[in-house]
Design a protein around this ligand. Structure first.
Ligand code: FE2
Length: 157
């Protein structure tokens, strides 16, 4: 019994260590400070952060340059999907800042489109610029704008 607990405990600790290493190597880490209080939006953000970190890891380990565009495409597609779902939920709750919020999403999506075009045109230094932009924009947007919406859902407004 004790041996089984020791094995499980050691395995649990090993998992914690590898998770800690993964987080340490990540460009962006999820934290409760990013929670909007709306599970669907939080799941989208967590997935988006995962895609940003995947792109970052791929660049760090020197993944084939041909892999970067499709990873960026997937990230852009998921961003658009997440924005669309978020906007539908805001509309369903008559969120008063919906128009302003949609405009922010559209500006961000347009910027990502520019990055995709530049990458297709051969700007190989671009992924690092994209990652920096994504991280800064996303963290600011979640903390300042998406979190402002959370109370509208949780209070049933
Ligand atoms: Fe948003």
């Amino acid at each position: 019994m004790f041996d089984a607990w020791k094995r499980l405990s050691a395995k649990g600790c090993a998992n914690l260590v590898s998770e800690r290493r993964r987080n340490h190597m990540s460009l962006v880490s999820w934290s409760t400070g990013l929670s909007t209080g709306v599970p669907m939006i939080d799941e989208h953000h967590a997935r988006l952060i995962g895609l940003i970190n995947r792109l970052h890891s791929a660049m760090k380990i020197g993944t084939s340059k041909s892999d970067i565009p499709w990873m960026l495409d997937e990230l852009v597609d998921y961003t658009r999907y997440g924005f669309s779902e978020e906007e539908k939920l805001m509309a369903a709750h008559d969120y008063p800042r919906l128009v302003e919020h949609c405009e922010q999403h559209q500006q961000f999506a347009a910027r990502l489109g520019d990055f995709q075009s530049a990458l297709a045109a051969g700007d190989l230094g671009l992924p690092l610029k994209v990652l920096t932009f994504l991280r800064e924009w996303l963290l600011t947007h979640i903390r300042r704008d998406d979190r402002a919406f959370g109370p509208y859902v949780t209070s049933g407004r």
